[in-house]
Design a protein. Structure first.
Length: 121
């Protein structure tokens, strides 16, 4: 058990609750801090720490692989009739991935690309 990590998480949760309380109060930071007996610098310090923690958590989530990756198409694609939109663009979606291109781009290649992207995720 890492007590430092637990204590740090506890402090972040405590200050997140304080930040939420301030927002719900509708008071300015200055007025809220005066009422709560908190120094404004302390409030802003913990606000920055919470934002940094949120950014660190977001960076752990890999939304897209970094860099380029080779995609080898294993099988020919089958296009559904709904792949082309009324605006002349091709829009293909699947499992949280969307590929859009102009209607001049070969739709079968887009479908095959989408299949490989979804398979690699």
């Amino acid at each position: 058990m890492n007590t430092r990590k637990i204590a740090a998480e506890y402090r972040l949760k405590h200050w997140a609750d304080i930040m939420s309380e301030r927002q719900e109060s509708g008071l300015s930071v200055k007025a809220f801090c005066e009422n709560a007996g908190i120094h404004e610098n302390t409030y802003f310090y913990w606000q920055r720490r919470l934002r940094e923690a949120a950014c660190n958590d977001m960076s752990r989530i890999a939304l897209m692989p970094s860099g380029f990756m080779e995609v080898k198409l294993a099988e020919p694609a089958v296009i559904s009739p709904s792949a082309t939109t009324s605006s002349g663009q091709i829009s293909i979606e699947g499992t949280g991935v969307r590929i859009m291109a102009g209607s001049e781009y070969p739709a079968d290649k887009l479908v095959a690309l989408l299949r490989e992207v979804v398979r690699s995720c």
